[in-house]
Design a protein around this ligand. Sequence first.
Ligand SMILES: [Zn+2]
Length: 260
Amino acid sequence: MSTRPPRTTSPSPGTPTPLALVRATEDVLPLLDAVTLAPYERDRAARLPAGERRADYLAAHVLVRLCAARLLDVDPAALVLGQRCAECGGEDHGRPFLRDRPDVGVSLSHARGAVAGAAGMGPVGVDVEDAADAVFSPRVAARALAPAELAAVHADPDPARSFLRLWVRKEALVKVGVTTLGELRGTDLAASGAPAGRRSADGRHADRLLADWRFADWSSPDGRLIAAAVAHTTPALDGGSDLDAARFAHSFAYSGEQHA
Ligand SMILES: [Zn+2]
């Protein structure tokens, strides 16, 4: 990783490390009473079919609050979440934020039976995907990956998994607004563990933008889940199963891979 570009943003002393958690939905749901859902969240949950989808939605909205509560050392019940969609202006979906703490970035994601949340002082993005049924689609890959990424995925003995590893990073970048779903192919993460260049018309500027971001990658021990988080400083990404303890303990086991 000697080719890694120099860090261009340094955290201020005392700034807490961005935090991302991945948990099973069933481990998070019992903590529903620890938070105060906004009316739009209750409405949206009620409109989802009862069962897995509603449970995943609720658990993700709980977990993002637990992340922010731990980051800020506050009661999760006091945190008010809002969302705004950049495309349609809707306020019951889209990028999440804390109504009283615009300085804090939050992000959430759900897969089948699993959820992820993240919080940091500044923008943070997280994505979790279920790799169990992932089938590699060369057509989808060609749309989402830069040429060097595509070559690496095709050369991998497990292209579906290799693709998902890049996909969760790109989804996390979409959530912090660095790229969009339509620009994934131009966002090239292939060169090393650190973001490489983004090949676009104003390539130089975009390179600098990507170089400002740091990823944490994670996969579950059974291989079923793959996640990534991104922020200006490398997030702590924790997939342990100790959620009750984790709410109150500030130290927890780190599992997964980390790239500076
Ligand atoms: Zn929308």
